[in-house]
Ligand binder design. Sequence first.
Ligand SMILES: Nc1nc2c(c(=O)[nH]1)N[C@H]1C(S)=C(S)[C@@H](COP(=O)(O)OP(=O)(O)OC[C@H]3O[C@@H](n4cnc5c(=O)[nH]c(N)nc54)[C@H](O)[C@@H]3O)O[C@H]1N2
Ligand SMILES: Nc1nc2c(c(=O)[nH]1)N[C@H]1C(S)=C(S)[C@@H](COP(=O)(O)OP(=O)(O)OC[C@H]3O[C@@H](n4cnc5c(=O)[nH]c(N)nc54)[C@H](O)[C@@H]3O)O[C@H]1N2
Ligand code: SF4
Ligand SMILES: [Mo]
Length: 597
Amino acid sequence: MIQTACPLDCWDACGITVDPSRPTSLVSTPTHPMDNGALCALLNKHIHETPRITTPRIDAREVSMAEALDAVADALRADTSLLWRGSGHLGVMQSVTDLLMERLGGTLTSGSLCDSAGAAGVTAGRGLNRPLPPEQIARSEVVVVWGRNLTVTQKHLIPHIEGKRLIVIDPVRTPIAKRAEIHLQIKPRTDFYLAILLARFSIMEDGEDHAWLEKFGSEWEEFYEFTREFRIKALLQHMGLSLDQMGDMLRLIQTHKTVFLVGIPLQHYTQGHAITWAIDSLAAVLGLFGREGCGVSYMGNSRQGLANPFEVSVPRVPIVTTPFERFETVIVQGGNPAGSMPDSQRVEAALKRVKNLIYFGLYANETSALSRIIIPAQNFLEKEDIRLSYGHQYVTPMHKAIVAEYGISEYDFVVEIVRRLEQKPIESEAYYLSTWLDQCGMEDGQRVLPDYVRLPYADGFGEEGEEEFVFIDEYEDEEEPMAFRRFRKPKEVPFDGHYWLLTPKSLHALNTQFARKTEAYLSPKCGFAEGERIRLYNEQGALELTVRLSEDVRSDCVLVYGSTPGVNRLTPALLSEEGEGACYGEAKVQIERVHHG
Ligand SMILES: Nc1nc2c(c(=O)[nH]1)N[C@H]1C(S)=C(S)[C@@H](COP(=O)(O)OP(=O)(O)OC[C@H]3O[C@@H](n4cnc5c(=O)[nH]c(N)nc54)[C@H](O)[C@@H]3O)O[C@H]1N2
Ligand SMILES: Nc1nc2c(c(=O)[nH]1)N[C@H]1C(S)=C(S)[C@@H](COP(=O)(O)OP(=O)(O)OC[C@H]3O[C@@H](n4cnc5c(=O)[nH]c(N)nc54)[C@H](O)[C@@H]3O)O[C@H]1N2
Ligand code: SF4
Ligand SMILES: [Mo]
């Protein structure tokens, strides 16, 4: 039996046991901390049913791997080259290709399509972005699921929250919201205001944690003044929430051990950093950091405390708005920019202008369809790696379970290209693997991040963990210019036919991998019929989909899974104000019926 871990971009990073003679029947590792007895359908069904790319190609012609690698090496002799890496496989060895770009004077990307706006807000307040250990979540009494869709995106956490009092803040009545004591079906893009008002009310009711604030957040009175700049009535109306709902939530979170589980879409906005920062500031008012059974779980820094042997100093371009057209050669590794980046029409046009587009991946997708050279990758069962996690502190070695019949690993890819271009060789694979692993600590028989602490922030904040928490003290939003600040008249916005486009994760896909649906979920109140064909459109682009009626979606929203082909024709290529993050949430669409015949 071989031990490995799930490579997919998922909070759980499950441990997996493989019987090499039956590599399609993967089982959960019972000693792994994220075990709940089973792996999800993505790992025991979809990953095996999805056809792999088996043959290298140049200009659609099938070639040998050696020929394809020669062509890649030739293409990399160009003056300008870019490596665009997605999150198709989360093992640390994916980043070995950074060494190639360093040797060739190439360019890498910065920021992220995923979490970086919110991460900027987290580090602004706390200094470091540590994952909250699942053990603390298990010890809590109240769980606030703040824009995270646990039953889809983090199934293995469910046993940890069994029997707890649940509050869910989500524009959609998700399965977890249906189980919750309180569901705030908030209007999208208003979580900043919710956090600010909750903090304000909490202090008004003397619900703040004085002892904690004296020690770790002495600027809290200035923060209170900041929260008082915002208008209560106008904001409640804007968020679509009542004073009673706020009161009910406060009563629970002020008097119990509480954790906030903060998700990704609530920070996919230009002001994304301010939203996570405001949520952390609320948590600080309640003294939730460094306390048993309390804390805020956001997507943590999975490399917290680890020195990265692949760290390089090269030019970078933002991953959200990558100017592909500026490069003669582009390698896309483990990702699908033409499907997953915002404003995909712009992305496709830019990719078409790249002389040598090289796709290095497992599956065919929108990006491979545009590529001149295709290099099949090996999958996680076929190579050595190490899995870190943004959802917990555990580090899991990923051992090779089977011998690959085709494809090449990222490590071998670099070795082959470096040799062809007569560059300085890289170290051995074993050297890099042990450089990562040797830094880790052990805790109860499990490998953990080097500076893992049982109770994050118990001694303080900042890089050294000796400083106070920094409260948010500014908010400037071009979209809602001061309308909700004190002494200004709030802007009345009746529904104007522009729906918020929600693009959450699907149970059957992992981003653009596996089963991709083509449906739009709408409230019956919107006046469309089940099965009807509709066209979503805005200034970016348009997309035709089939209507599925759902009582669970707000009537000012339309839900289209992020895995739906073409959905990013509708999302804007905006860069968040901090953190170089993506702003998928800023998309609004109009809807019309499609008449056939
Ligand atoms: N509208 C909208 N768009 C979104 C989002 C959203 O919420 N809304 N979410 C964004 C988020 S959070 C993310 S993380 C991004 C993800 O976007 P990407 O990082 O582009 O991920 P995928 O599109 O799923 O592409 C994964 C590809 O990786 C390849 N792959 C898998 N394993 C390996 C391997 O071992 N080696 C190599 N070389 N390749 C491999 C597979 O071929 C697969 O097609 O999408 C973003 N896009
Ligand atoms: N099955 C599966 N699991 C996955 C993935 C997948 O594709 N499939 N992708 C992985 C990746 S890359 C990531 S980043 C994580 C993401 O993990 P999550 O953050 O849990 O993912 P989402 O499903 O995008 O969104 C969660 C919820 O946010 C809500 N939401 C949307 N806009 C707002 C808003 O403005 N405010 C609030 N409060 N809520 C809002 C949505 O309705 C949704 O229910 O999941 C990972 N796990
Ligand atoms: S729950 Fe997540 S980590 Fe676990 S097997 Fe499924 S995709 Fe992989
Ligand atoms: Mo993500």
